[in-house]
Structure formats: structure tokens, C-alpha cells
Ligand binder design. Structure first.
Ligand SMILES: C[S@@+](CC[C@H](N)C(=O)[O-])C[C@H]1O[C@@H](n2cnc3c(N)ncnc32)[C@H](O)[C@@H]1O
Length: 505
């Protein structure tokens, strides 16, 4: 989600698990071991010896910088509007009549979008888990989005032949997961991966925001210092709430733009296997995850294709591509409603003007008077209204014209700003028209398996044997099937998103 990466923080530890974690600080056999690509194929029943790859460090506490007042927020919003006016960044929306953007932007204003996104995420303060769990006004939304991400990881990360419960029985199902997290941000999903039903052997996090990458490394070090048991309150489909904390996986982080460039030049990605290179037996990743970030790739067709090429080349056959993105059905419906209202308003204005002109004409005898000159068009210099909606905690705003029927054609370059309460400022995002994305994914042998709006994920999974209790531990609802701890405003913001899973065939 735009605006706040640390928003998707790892679930916290229960007191019991924390004490286990503290005990495990002294059991260095559970600390991560550097990943060894040579051992990759075949990836069956390996045991790892201990060797901590990261030294523990002290965690930072949330500071004054984390607080942003309403006045400051309004100033930020005004600055953003001013920047759009002066840089002309608003017109990057492709109009339906515009040619299909086929190549990376030659226009420096458009190329600057990456810098805006990177700068935005770099500037989002790391406020710490305590703040997110207590002071945050959107803690229900944070918990809910984290729960949905956990659901997707729990449901789709295991291999097809993974046997549920293998971990609890103390046996490995053989293959251990190699996970690539594109747009990993501050590493908010590290704890969720530590709680995955199938043991993770290697986690690779890529993101263009260098500050976020440093924060992700810090989070990983802090998990390592707790012996890997800090994944905490999460639970799994295999019923592993009572299982012993898993050994922490090895993790690598690198600053990388994964949409404008190939990721085939990232050494660890090459070692795991990119497009079957360097050797045909290269294994490839089991899972590629893209949580709340793929929408940045829909700036142009070239970027969307590069993004999918990276995903498909990194995945093994049978590998899963999971993630969440804004729901283009929701956006399309809002845009269509807005355009209908605008058309009705214009029609009413025109009628009022025509009526006024007719009565004037009746009063005057001048033959040169022409009602057509006052045709109800928007006056020169008067800003055209653009589609905008939201509530107290989120806001979506298109800077220019949007399709009347809410169908985004061509499917790239439809920029809007997304504002989330507690974010630093609005950040430009792009509509991901679902059907176009799905069709494009097929070009890269990615076959759709799952596609569900966040509200539907709640409806279908809230009573699941594992995911239901997990929602309680994660603060989505009160214990014992109690009240939902997500306000209606927060649920509306969450419903802006869909979760998906594709299989590489
Ligand atoms: C809302 S944050 C989500 C972070 C994380 N996936 C999570 O769920 O907490 C979006 C992330 O997408 C990243 N991003 C933006 N453009 C990207 C690109 N070209 N390649 C990879 N990541 C990108 C941003 O830097 C940011 O960290």
C-alpha cells in the first residue's frame, strides 16, 4: 500500500514465545547460515549447521519524527499539488486516445516518478512495532492487511506436494522454500515468512529504496538476535502454534529497481537461477511475492512486461507468484460514478445557461445575440474537476481526465495519487486493470489461481481453523470470535485491494 511500508509489520511475539526467544539467544544452532547455492539441486532433506551471518543490534525506538500533525499533512498535500502543477506531472495519465506507451519514458518528468516513489518510501519513518500496535490511528487496518498477507503466504507458499504438519512432526518435507520478495520495503513480511507452513531456506528482498533496505536488514538482524523465534503471534495451516520456533532462514537484501531493469544481474538471483541460467539445472525460486507494490510497474507497458519477465524468469516451474494490488474494479466503479455525476452536473449547468440565455433573448431585440456563445462548456481557466474519493484515513485522487465508463484503455499509465493517514505524503501510483494484467501474465506462462478482494478474503477465511485464530492473535478481531477491531472506514480502505496468486506453468 502506498504511503506506509512499515504498516505491514510482522506479528509480535506472545509473552511465552518471547521468553522462548530469549532462551534461544543462547542456542546458536538456530541462527541463520549463509545460503549455499552449490547445494541447491536437488534440494532434499538438508541439515544446516550454525553460523550467524548477522550480528545483533539494538532496535531503534520511535521518535518525534514519527508524529505528523494534521496541519503538516495539509502542507504536504498542498506541496504535492503545487509540484504537480509546476512539473506538469499530472498529465502523465494516458488518455484513451493516446498511443499505447510502449517504451520506458523518454520524458524526464516521467522518469522522475521512480525518484518520487523512492524518496517517498525512504522518508517514511520507522516508528517501531509498539507505536504501530498502540498509537496508530489505523492499527486495525495495519493488522487486517498484515493478516491478509499472512493468509496468502499460508495458503499459497507451500509446494503442491508439501505435507501439512510435517514441521510439527519434526520432519522436513524435503524441499525448503526459496523466496523472492520484490518491493520488500522495510522487511515487514520477514516474520510472516518465518511462520510459513513450509520452512524457508532463503529469503531475498529487493527494493529501490535504500533506506528501506537498511531498515529491512536491521529487522532481520533483530530477528536473528532473537534466534529466529520472533515471528511470534503468527500461526499456520499446519497448526504449528505449538511447534518449536523454526531456525531463521538466511536472508539477502539489495537495492534494486525491479520494474525498469532486469534482476538477472543480482548475484543471489543468478545463483538461485534466473531463466534457467547460468545452468539449465538451476532451481529457481519457489515463490515470488509482491505485496502492495506491483502497481508502480503499470506506468508503462515496457515496465509491466519487465516486471513480469523478472517474476517468470526467477520462478521455477510450478512456482507461485503471490501479491496484492489495488482493485481495478473498485477504481473503475468509482471513476464511472464520478463521471456520471460530472456529466449530470454539466448538463444541468448547460440547461441553466440555455434557459437564462433564452429569457435574455426574449427580453432583447438585438439580432447579434447568440445563446450558442454561452454553451455551458467549462470556462477557460476554470479547473476541470477530477475523480477523487476516500474517507478520513485514505484518499484517491486522479489528476486529470478518467474514462467515462471506468474501463482503463490502454491499460498503462493511469496515474493517481494515494494518500493514507500517517503516511508522509501522497505518492503516485498506477491503475492495474485486472483483465489486462491477467492476459499479460499469461504471455509469461503465469496462470491465474486465485483472485479475491480483501473483504472477501475476510469473509471466506475468518472461520478457517488456522486463519481465524490467527486473525485474533494479530489483532483483527477480539478473542473467541469476538468483535471486529477494524473500523468501517478502515475496512473501506482495505477493500481498495485484491490478493492474487499465479502459478508458473
Ligand atoms: C507499500 S510499500 C510495500 C512494502 C512491502 N512489500 C510491504 O508489504 O510491507 C511499496 C514498496 O514498493 C517498492 N517499489 C516501488 N517501485 C519499485 C520498483 N520499481 N521495484 C521494486 N520495488 C519497488 C517501494 O520502494 C516500497 O518499498
Amino acid at each position: 500500500m502506498a504511503g506506509d511500508c512499515d504498516y505491514h509489520d510482522a506479528p509480535s511475539s506472545s509473552p511465552e514465545q518471547s521468553s522462548k526467544s530469549r532462551r534461544r539467544d543462547h542456542e546458536n544452532d538456530d541462527l541463520p547460515q549463509p545460503f549455499d547455492a552449490k547445494k541447491l539441486a536437488p534440494a532434499k532433506k538438508r541439515l544446516r549447521s550454525a553460523s550467524p551471518s548477522e550480528a545483533p543490534r539494538k532496535q531503534k525506538r520511535p521518535g518525534q519524527r514519527a508524529r505528523i500533525t494534521e496541519a503538516e499533512r495539509e502542507q504536504i498535500r498542498q506541496r504535492q499539488l503545487e509540484r504537480e502543477r509546476t512539473t506538469g506531472s499530472a498529465p502523465t495519465v494516458a488518455s484513451p486516445a493516446a498511443p499505447l506507451p510502449g517504451s520506458l519514458p523518454a520524458n524526464p518528468q516521467r522518469a522522475g516518478i521512480n525518484d518520487v516513489v523512492r524518496a517517498h518510501y525512504n522518508a517514511v519513518p520507522e516508528r517501531g512495532r509498539d507505536w504501530r500496535k498502540t498509537d496508530s490511528r489505523i492499527k486495525g487496518l495495519r493488522s487486517f492487511n498484515n493478516w491478509v498477507k499472512s493468509c496468502i503466504i499460508q495458503k499459497f507458499s507451500p509446494d503442491e506436494d508439501h505435507s501439512p504438519g510435517a514441521l510439527e512432526r519434526g520432519i522436513s518435507s524435503g524441499n525448503q522454500l526459496l523466496v523472492l520478495d520484490i518491493g520488500c520495503g522495510k522487511g515487514g513480511d520477514l516474520g510472516k515468512w518465518q511462520q510459513a507452513p513450509q520452512t524457508v531456506e532463503l529469503y531475498v528482498g529487493l527494493d529501490p529504496a535504500d533506506v528501506s533496505i537498511e531498515q529491512a536488514k536491521e529487522r532481520y538482524r533483530s530477528m536473528a538476535s532473537r534466534g529466529g523465534g520472533g515471528g511470534g503471534r503468527g500461526g499456520g495451516r499446519g497448526g504449528y502454534n505449538n511447534r518449536r520456533p523454526q531456525r531463521l532462514f538466511d536472508a539477502r537484501f539489495q537495492t534494486k529497481d525491479c520494474f525498469a531493469e532486469t534482476i538477472g544481474d543480482v548475484e543471489i538471483v543468478r545463483q538461485v537461477g534466473f531463466n534457467n541460467a547460468p545452468v539449465a539445472t538451476a532451481r529457481g525460486f519457489d515463490v515470488v511475492s509482491m505485496m502492495f507494490c506491483m502497481h508502480y510497474a503499470f506506468e508503462s507497458e515496457a515496465k509491466a512486461r519487465q516486471m513480469l519477465k523478472n517474476v517468470a524468469s526467477a520462478l521455477k516451474k510450478g512456482g507461485r507468484f503471490i501479491g496484492c494490488i489495488p482493485n481495478s474494479d473498485v477504481i473503475g466503479t468509482r471513476v464511472e460514478e464520478f463521471n456520471k455525476r460530472l456529466a449530470a452536473k454539466k448538463q444541468a449547468q448547460q440547461k441553466a445557461k440555455t434557459d437564462g440565455a433564452s429569457s435574455k433573448a426574449a427580453e432583447t431585440t438585438s439580432p447579434s445575440s447568440s445563446p450558442a456563445a454561452e454553451d455551458g462548456e467549462v470556462e477557460e481557466g476554470e479547473a476541470e474537476e477530477s475523480a477523487e474519493w476516500g474517507n478520513d484515513i485514505y484518499r484517491v485522487r486522479f489528476p486529470g481526465k478518467t474514462p467515462e465508463d471506468g474501463v482503463f484503455r490502454p491499460p498503462f499509465g493511469w496515474k493517481y495519487s494515494f494518500f493514507l493517514h500517517e503516511a508522509v505524503e501522497e505518492v503516485p501510483e498506477y491503475v492495474v486493470p485486472w483483465e489486462a494484467f491477467r492476459a499479460l501474465a499469461e504471455d509469461y506462462n503465469l496462470e491465474l489461481q486465485y483472485h479475491k478482494g480483501f473483504a472477501d478474503v475476510w469473509d471466506t477465511e475468518k472461520d478457517d481453523r488456522e486463519l481465524g485464530p490467527l486473525s485474533e492473535r494479530m489483532g483483527v478481531r477480539e478473542r473467541h470470535g469476538g468483535a471486529l477491531l477494524v473500523s468501517p472506514e478502515e475496512m473501506e480502505a482495505a477493500s481498495f485491494y485484491v490478493a492474487f496468486c499465479f502459478y508458473k506453468v
